[in-house]
Design a protein around this ligand. Sequence first.
Ligand code: EPZ
Length: 418
Amino acid sequence: MERFSIKGGKKLKGDVVIKSAKNSVLPIMAACIMTNETVVLKNCPKISDVFSMSEIIKDLGGKVFFDGDNIVINCADVNPVSIDASLTKKMRSSVFILGPVLSRFKRAIISYPGGCEIGARPIDLHIGGLIQMGVKVIDDENEIRCDASGLKSGTINLRFPSVGATENLIMAATLSKGETTILNAAAEPEIVDLQNFINTLGGNVKGAGSTKIVIKGVDTLSGSEYTPVCDRIVAGTFAEAVCMCGGKVFLKNADKKQMGSVIRLLEGCGADFIWHNNGFEVIMSDIIRPCGFLKTSPYPGFPTDMQSQTVALLSIAAGDSVIEETIFENRFRYVPRLNKMGAKIICKENEAFITGVNTLHGAEVDATDLRGGAALLSAALCAEGESTLFGIHYIDRGYEKAEEAYRALGAEVKRLSD
Ligand code: EPZ
């Protein structure tokens, strides 16, 4: 069984290259279905969620391959009868296929993407928005059959600024007739990135990054070469690991403009930063100060995808902190594993009450989801003694060869499988 073997206590020093964001690359790969010309996506991470999305696109008849760190995609031969249920179940992000397939082919059949370790992950906002755009939806619990022959422009008001629903609806409107407006849209940097990418293809999307996005439908799209934004969550994960272990690390490509809430938190915890035009250095040589109260919220609030890593960081702060998770209903499953390493955290409903301890100790623990796994890895890197971390396939979903990146910074971590 694959696992990481970690000997904690080493300071982290050196450079790490942050690649394009998983949560940008996935919807952008799906958006390539809307054009039959070739797209080259640059500086992409070799992570399992990207491989799964690649399988889904190939299953539909598209061509996808890695050329170094670039992904080359051509969807001229995509001919969707339906999206293979097994692939859809394999990954949440397959729901992103719906918008682009409806945009280009005006019909689609997908199975429910299903929940995951952090929550039920419903798609009612995606489906509700499509219905408001004139899509006929037959939902028989297993499959969702969509007829978009009547796809029209309109105004969609999202009950919640869902990232995926915003992205799906942008893509559905890209090749539809007329002008579509999305109100209460999500404003994450990855939404802006999708807008910018679609516009390089010849699309007409405006307003991403605000709560109001306007899409003017076009007839066809071209190809493009595009570098998606840097992964602010991977950058934040490494930055918090430096704060936990101590040391000085340069995060190449990291963009401080997209990481304001995380940087402010880490400055409050005692980290120093040196800004460069192609990234920034994180320096930690002091005790970790607690943060008092922190809650996750939609961008530009504190990102839910940094919640687990931040609880791990605050578990060794010189004082108490409280973190409220407002986005997902089941995103504290890693906490009992942290407590097994000596943390003192009590979870009540969607809040984690953290009593800072001096140090964690090594243990045998298992990851239960992507970001919870990243948090446990950081905890093992700073703990006293040896740890074994199972369930590392979760970490591989969003971090490329995490053990190699940390080893290059001086950590003692290796991947074992037998
Ligand atoms: C995206 O998921 C990200 N995934 C998530 O990253 C991220 O945590 C999330 O946005 C929030 O920022 C990708 O981009 C591939 P949502 P998404 O729709 O689109 C509820 C990671 O670790 N909701 O904004 O699924 C939902 O249950 C992953 O990289 C509905 O109720 O997130 C959740 O409570 C985890 N109905 C909240 O909205 C819907 O139709 C936020 O979900 C859709 C969502």
